[in-house]
Design a protein around this ligand. Structure first.
Ligand code: ATP
Ligand code: MG
Length: 211
């Protein structure tokens, strides 16, 4: 049995055509089903629906053979034990630093101010500011980072931005790009060795579908 770990929402939606290219169709919609294990049209393939941040963990420990996770999530996880053969080019966005409109980010850096930064991407943020030689106080949040600067919790946020609509709606502006984000295929290395006959065709179909 091949187990594929996916998260609900945009990753599931954007993965559906890739699965179809590999001849895999979920028999239930995860958005409406309460099942965490979804059967597919193939007896030898099942999907597990997990939190986006948990996908690398399921694959790392071999509870899932393959998974699809954002580069944001993989950077935080560290990627140990994961083979990452494909950038699937889906769920694309950018990891950005943003501040309140009117906040002079460049000036505060020049003055050596110690910024307070809220983010759920603590590792990514720590590495980014360390590489710039900036001293920051990182505050971990689990959601709605945009609120932090508006209520005085922080000077800046590190978060994913796609259209910028959420930033604008909250009077924030992006001031720095940390990196481009897209979703990646991750594979358990031991499982690939053991189950190559089943896994390789799925990986190859994904690779062809994203051409
Ligand atoms: P929740 O929003 O329920 O807390 P989550 O943030 O873990 O869960 P999603 O918001 O669905 O889950 O994000 C899943 C993945 O989709 C992220 O890890 C990221 O790679 C990608 N993603 C997030 N936001 C965007 C966006 N605005 N545009 C494109 N891709 C995005
Ligand atoms: Mg989200």
């Amino acid at each position: 049995m091949i187990t594929i770990a996916l998260s609900k929402g945009r990753i599931f939606e954007e993965t559906t055509p890739l699965l179809a290219a590999a001849g895999i169709h979920a028999l239930e919609n995860p958005e409406s089903s309460r099942k965490l294990i979804l059967p597919t049209n193939r007896d030898d393939v099942r999907l597990i629906i997990v939190r986006a941040t948990d996908v690398p963990t399921y694959v790392q420990y071999g509870a899932a053979d393959i998974g699809i996770a954002g580069k944001d999530v993989l950077d935080e996880h560290g990627g140990e034990g994961l083979y990452q053969p494909l950038d699937l080019n889906i769920a694309k966005c950018k990891m950005m630093v943003a501040v309140r409109e009117g906040f002079d980010y460049e000036a505060s850096i020049r003055q050596g101010a110690r910024l307070k930064v809220v983010t759920k991407y603590v590792k990514t943020a720590r590495e980014h500011f360390a590489a710039k030689g900036m001293h920051v106080d990182l505050i971990k949040l689990y959601g709605s980072m945009e609120l932090g600067p508006l209520v005085g919790l922080a000077d800046a946020i590190v978060d994913l931005v796609s259209t910028g609509g959420t930033l604008r709606a909250n009077h924030l502006q992006a001031v720095e790009e940390i990196g481009a984000i897209s979703s990646r295929l991750v594979v358990n290395q031991a499982s690939l060795k053991l189950n190559r006959a089943q896994l390789q065709p799925i990986i190859d179909s994904f690779a062809q579908a994203i051409q």
